[in-house]
Structures are given as C-alpha cells and as structure tokens.
Design a protein around this ligand. Structure first.
Ligand SMILES: NC(=O)c1ccc[n+]([C@@H]2O[C@H](COP(=O)([O-])OP(=O)(O)OC[C@H]3O[C@@H](n4cnc5c(N)ncnc54)[C@H](OP(=O)(O)O)[C@@H]3O)[C@@H](O)[C@H]2O)c1
Length: 287
C-alpha cells in the first residue's frame, strides 16, 4: 500500500478507525473523515502511531448528513489529492427516533446511503483517473429481509429504527452492484462487506436500554480490528482477485438477500438517489 491514497469515512472510532490504523500500518497515506475536530485529532494520533513507515495521515471534517458538507468534502479531496486509490464508505449509524436533515431527508437514509452515493459520484472521475482503484462500502447482514420503500422513501408513513437501518444497508449493497456494473472495464472496482457483530460505538446513541443491550452483547461481539479485517483485505487484495460488485463476509464472497441481487431494484434506487441528491427536497419532507 506504499504511496496509495486512501480516504475513509467514519474513521473516528470503531471499524473505520481500526481499518485506518491497519492501512496506515501497511504504508498507505490515509485521510480520515469525521465530524468532530477533537475526535478527528485523537483518531489521527492513533493512525499515526500505527504507521510502520512515515506516510501522510490527514483529517477532513464533514457531517455527512448534509449534502452541502458532502460536496465540500469532495471538493477538498479533489483539491488535496491528485490521485485516489481507495475510497472507503464506512460511516453509518442507526437511529431509533426518526430525524430529518437540513435537506429534508430522513437522517439514517441521508448518512448511510445518500452520503456514500453522492461522495462516490463526486469522486468517481478522480478514482477512474487513478485506476486501478477501488471503492469499499461497509454494509451489513441487517439488510436481510429489508426492501427499499420506494413509496415511502423518506419513512414518513412508517419508521422503525432497525427496519430503516436494514433498508439503508440493503441500499449499500444495491448501490455497489449497480456501480460495479457501470464501472465495468474502467479499472475501478466496487465491493461491500458485512463486518459481523462488532463492539463499537454503534447503537450507543439510542438511549439507556439500547446502550445496555450493546453492553450485554459485548462478550459475543468482535473487536473493531477483527470487524475491519475484511475491509482491509478488500482494500489491499490484488484487483484481479476481487469480484466486482461482490458482497463479502470474513474474506469470502457470500450471497446477499434475493432483494439485494435484484438489478431492476438497483437501477431504480440509482435513479431516485440521483434525484434526491440533485434536489434534496424532491421526494423529501413537505414543510
Ligand atoms: N458494529 C457492528 O456490529 C456493525 C455491524 C454491521 C455493520 N456495521 C456498519 O459499520 C460501519 C461503522 O460502524 P461502527 O460499528 O464502527 O460504529 P461507530 O463506532 O459508531 O462508528 C461510526 C462512525 O461513523 C461516523 N458517523 C456517524 N454519523 C456521521 C455523520 N452524520 N457524519 C460523519 N460521520 C458520521 C461516526 O462519527 P462520530 O464519531 O462523529 O459519531 C463514527 O466515526 C457502519 O456503516 C455500520 O452500519 C456495524
């Protein structure tokens, strides 16, 4: 990974931070994205400490719930890095209470799906110009049983935290497979993976009962380092060994749910995502 430029979102803690450390240890120049200056500074110190040889560790600030912030982030990346070898879309969260972003988009959908969609679209040319390059997205087995609610994309009629989270993780897989199809022959690959149940900050934002639940699950959860292993493997494996558009678990390609394999749904999701990013208030909350 020497000399390779990697960009990782959600790298202030959890799986993203562990992946950033592991990639820095392999010699990559790592740029970590977070929304909090202090958290970013602490994370950057850990990534720097993990390096074997001195490489660049950069920080970029963006609250990915805001499309303006995603656009600003992409502009900064394009200005700073003449090449981008690996884009890791990892930031994500679950919210038991429905919230709406400044763009009028339901928050989980905005951060987990639309932010990676928009960021990838804005960096796509730079990735193609850097080919061979790759995009890795952190999905989840929570996509199992989920469907994309095209008739209620903003979850105005029905909202349940875990169900919504599963929809966004299904969207991650559909996005990667449609992107892979569109990138065929470009030298840029797109894959995603399920990290397993990992002891991180995940679901620690949803009140005392959820927090307690995560603490109870801790003994059966993986470490962030173990959870990041497949991400690091997908980011470093020889390109020829990757199944473009593939969904992985524990360094093996596995089949996602039937819904996640439906290319008509993937195409339709692409179109509505483009519309939501072009004009966030379209199909979003009516004031
Ligand atoms: N943990 C699991 O068991 C598990 C299982 C399957 C999939 N996943 C997926 O793994 C990914 C990483 O999660 P994790 O488990 O490592 O959880 P985590 O420790 O909570 O880390 C989540 C990261 O995402 C960032 N983030 C959240 N909302 C953001 C926003 N609006 N703007 C910018 N950054 C934001 C967080 O930044 P802050 O520090 O600023 O909050 C943090 O760095 C997620 O996509 C999650 O869906 C996790």
């Amino acid at each position: 990974m020497h000399g390779k430029q990697v960009l990782i979102t959600g790298a202030t803690r959890g799986i993203g931070l562990a992946a950033a450390e592991a990639l820095a240890a392999r010699g990559a120049n790592v740029a970590i994205v977070g929304r909090n200056k202090t958290a970013l500074r602490i994370a950057a110190a850990r990534v720097t400490a993990a390096q074997r040889k001195a490489a660049a560790v950069d920080t970029l600030i963006a609250d990915l719930s805001s499309q303006a912030a995603v656009r600003k982030l992409a502009a900064e990346v394009l200005a700073r890095y003449p090449r981008l070898d690996v884009l890791v879309n990892n930031a994500g969260a679950m919210h038991t209470r429905r919230q709406v972003t400044e763009d009028g988009i339901e928050l989980t959908w905005a951060v987990n799906h639309l932010a990676p969609f928009l960021l990838t679209m804005l960096l796509r040319d730079r990735l193609q110009a850097s080919a061979p390059a790759r995009i890795v997205t952190t999905a989840s087995a929570a996509h199992q049983g989920a469907r994309i609610p095209f008739a209620d994309l903003n979850a105005e009629r029905s909202y349940r935290g875990f169900e919504r989270y599963g929809q966004t993780k299904l969207a991650n897989i559909l996005f990667m497979s449609e992107l892979a199809r569109r990138l065929e022959g470009s030298g840029v690959t797109a894959t995603c993976f399920h990290p397993g149940l990992v002891a991180t900050g995940f679901n620690r934002n949803n009140g005392l009962i959820m927090d307690l639940g995560m603490t109870i699950l801790r003994p059966v959860s993986r470490s962030p380092q173990k959870g990041a292993e497949t991400l690091v493997w997908l980011a470093t494996l020889p390109q020829s060994a990757l199944a473009n558009g593939g969904y992985y678990f524990d360094k093996q390609q596995v089949m996602p749910s039937p819904e996640a394999q439906d290319m008509d749904t993937a195409r339709r999701l692409w179109e509505v995502s483009e519309a939501q990013c072009a004009s966030p208030r379209r199909g979003a909350e009516t004031p």
